[in-house]
Design a binder for this molecule. Structure first.
Ligand code: PLP
Length: 373
């Protein structure tokens, strides 16, 4: 079946095949990766190579630490303020709200300090002559109110549920607060295209969409932001400790890091992030192009910020949702039900889903419209 799950989601077939082939005996050492000491030479090689390949893919300079952690992006919602909110004295941080995940991040940060809203798409607005519902658009950077004394400014650059994507991160100068580093939750479009890491102070991503199996969270942070954790920050979550020990301060999620490393090698073999972006654009253009040409289906997101990874859409008549999903399942198209908070459908079309999967989906959409429209 074609798997449109929002995550954990589809992995590249060659990655799964290699992991299966090496499951019992990694490179002739007689052990599975799962059985290795995280301080032994084999795993150290696996972990360091994964970090090096990730640096190559994203062009991360040595000014940044790259870490593999645990707890998912949800734990990062706490670990970020624990590490950064007190960095400039008073615990103050600003948040841009564009949907479910950024709102969750903001709510959690308020447990550790004064987290205020710099901008939010929480109201309906008119853009390009069209009415946009709340959470279907991105407030223009010129309307963000960033406090000059904030320790950081947080945003979620791809709202997995809403389907809203920042196609670029704002230049630090555009924020009008040059001392305030950007902190980005990039979980659901991480590694889907080249990203200018130099624009952010920090980014994080749960791996389980584009970058490996569940269980590992990637954190990339500028080194000058290390070493400012609140006294209550757990030692194992203090970025300074994790960075100093190359992700091995305590036992990391070894197998998940290994599979993530295989995904990075697969991406390099595809031609890197520019090549995967071209493939992702083709898939998204095909799907959005079809949805826009139909009056039976509708994607509600402001066109310039439509996610290339998560494509929510509704049927003209929600009473047909159940029939649509049952037919999709029978046609081998799984996990198309939208998140319960927005309803409708959602097709997540991550890196490892080939164009053929989107072609099969469009074929089904056409057929369902013909028989039910
Ligand atoms: N942030 C984003 C953008 C997500 O898509 C998700 C999960 O889907 C999360 C955070 C939460 O991730 P986790 O379940 O790994 O904690």
């Amino acid at each position: 079946p074609w798997n449109f799950s929002a995550g954990p989601s589809v992995l590249p077939v060659p990655v799964l095949e290699q992991a299966a082939a090496e499951m019992l005996d990694w490179h002739g050492c007689g052990m599975s990766v799962m059985e290795m000491s995280h301080r032994g030479k084999q795993f150290v090689q696996i972990c360091d190579e994964a970090e090096a390949d990730l640096r190559t893919l994203l062009g991360v300079t040595d000014d940044y630490a790259v870490m593999f952690m645990q707890g998912g992006a949800t734990a990062e919602n706490a670990i970020v303020p624990l590490n950064l909110i007190g960095r400039r004295g008073a615990p103050v941080a600003d948040y841009v709200l564009t949907g479910h995940w950024s709102r969750r991040s903001h709510k959690e940060a308020n447990r550790y300090g004064d987290a205020q809203v710099a901008a939010a798409s929480d109201a309906a607005t008119v853009l390009d002559g069209r009415e946009q519902a709340p959470w279907t658009w991105v407030p223009p950077v010129s309307d963000w109110h960033v406090r000059p004394d904030a320790s950081y400014l947080h945003l979620c650059s791809n709202e997995t549920i809403g389907g809203v994507e920042f196609m670029d991160w704002p230049e630090p100068a555009a924020l009008g607060a040059p001392e305030v580093p950007l902190v980005v939750d990039a979980s659901s479009h991480f590694l889907s295209r080249p990203m200018d890491v130099s624009r952010v102070g920090m980014m994080y991503a749960g791996a389980q969409k584009n970058a490996g199996p569940a269980g590992v969270t990637v954190v990339i942070i500028r080194r000058d932001l290390l070493g400012h954790a609140l006294p209550i920050c757990p030692t194992a979550f203090d970025y300074a400790n994790v960075a100093a020990e190359s992700s091995r301060y305590n036992t990391p999620p070894t197998y998940a890091i290994y599979v993530a490393g295989l995904v990075y090698k697969w991406l390099l073999g595809q031609g890197g992030l520019a090549a995967i972006e071209t493939a992702n654009r083709a898939k998204a253009d095909l799907l959005y192009g079809f949805l826009d040409g139909s009056s039976f289906y509708r994607n509600p997101i402001h066109a310039p910020v439509r996610s290339r990874m998560n494509v929510p859409f509704v049927l003209a008549d929600a009473a047909q949702d159940a029939a649509f999903l049952a037919g999709a399942e029978a046609a081998g198209l799984t996990q198309l039900k939208g998140h319960k908070s927005v309803g409708g459908m959602r097709a997540s079309i991550y890196n490892a889903l080939p164009l053929a999967g989107v072609e099969a989906l469009v074929q089904y959409l056409k057929e369902f419209e013909r028989t039910h429209g």
